[in-house]
Design a binder for this molecule. Structure first.
Ligand SMILES: Nc1ncnc2c1ncn2[C@@H]1O[C@H](COP(=O)(O)OP(=O)(O)O)[C@@H](O)[C@H]1O
Ligand SMILES: [Mg+2]
Length: 249
């Protein structure tokens, strides 16, 4: 049973047909790359799966259960976490507060929430534990995010997604803003998480070397059309580019 199964999804914005029938699946523990030129429909597809948009037609299933997400909170509640290209971390908050953003723990139940008694000790302890398995050294959970490097921030964002995403992690251009060394760290992190914990990923990337390295399967979109799903074992970075540009059908 696939973790995610997308069946003939379409989406139009007025007269613009952003998605013209996309079908693919993500098996448990699989890394699936979603590739295509600008305007191919990648972000639209990801936003549908993460509850930002609703499809115009078609359906998708999480562990065989049909999903209708009216909003992002519904997708998150179902175990789907999305790390967007522009990191949604709050600069002045520390690592633990960022990890628990919108899911804060309160001391003293409802009364504590009313008075804003955040349970920082538990949040920091759980954060340290969650991040310790991530293969990227993150400074103390009490460090404000603005004091961290790009790679460390990306690790925090992925760490947050990991802590809450039980079923599927969606990464939109996870290395686009990173230098060579930090990109390497994030790729290694994805590889290890898949190997050690069987986490399922849907990754958007423009970098064919990265895609070829981490993905088991590559879903190619062109102008809203689902052109091809390629298995890594039967393709090459050059081949993927040919499908993206339309040199191959
Ligand atoms: N909110 C929107 N309103 C109108 N058109 C949109 C909207 N979002 C995306 N589009 C259009 O849908 C198409 C696919 O866009 P997008 O999913 O952002 O592509 P990609 O992420 O692959 O670059 C483009 O033609 C884009 O202009
Ligand atoms: Mg996009």
């Amino acid at each position: 049973m696939p973790v995610l199964s997308v069946e003939n999804i379409t989406k139009h914005f007025g007269a613009v047909e952003a998605l013209k029938g996309v079908t693919f699946s993500v098996e448990r523990g699989e890394v699936v790359a979603l590739v295509g030129d600008n305007g191919a429909g990648k972000s639209t597809l990801v936003k549908i799966i993460s509850g930002v948009y609703q499809p115009s037609g078609g359906a998708f299933y999480l562990n065989d259960t049909p999903c209708i997400f009216p909003n992002p909170a519904a997708a998150m509640a179902a175990g789907i976490e999305t790390v967007y290209q522009h990191l949604a971390l709050i600069e002045q908050l520390d690592v633990a507060d960022n990890i628990y953003l919108g899911r804060e723990l309160w001391r003293g139940g409802a009364l504590g929430k009313l008075f804003g008694w955040m349970d920082r000790a538990t949040m920091r302890r759980e954060t340290a534990q969650a991040l310790s398995g991530l293969h990227i050294k993150i400074p103390a959970p009490t460090l404000p995010v603005r004091m961290m490097s790009g790679g460390q921030r990306q690790a925090v964002a992925i760490g947050r997604a990991l802590l809450w995403g039980r079923e599927l992690l969606i990464l939109d251009e996870p290395t686009a803003a990173l230098g060579v060394e930090e990109t390497e760290q994030v790729l290694e992190m994805i590889e290890k998480l898949r190997a050690e914990r069987g986490i399922s990923f849907l990754v958007i990337s423009h970098n064919m070397q990265d895609v070829y390295r981490i993905a088991d399967k590559i879903v190619v979109l062109r102008q809203g059309r689902h052109v091809k799903t390629l298995n890594k074992s039967e393709t090459s970075p050059q081949d993927i580019v040919a499908y993206i540009t339309g040199a191959k059908e």
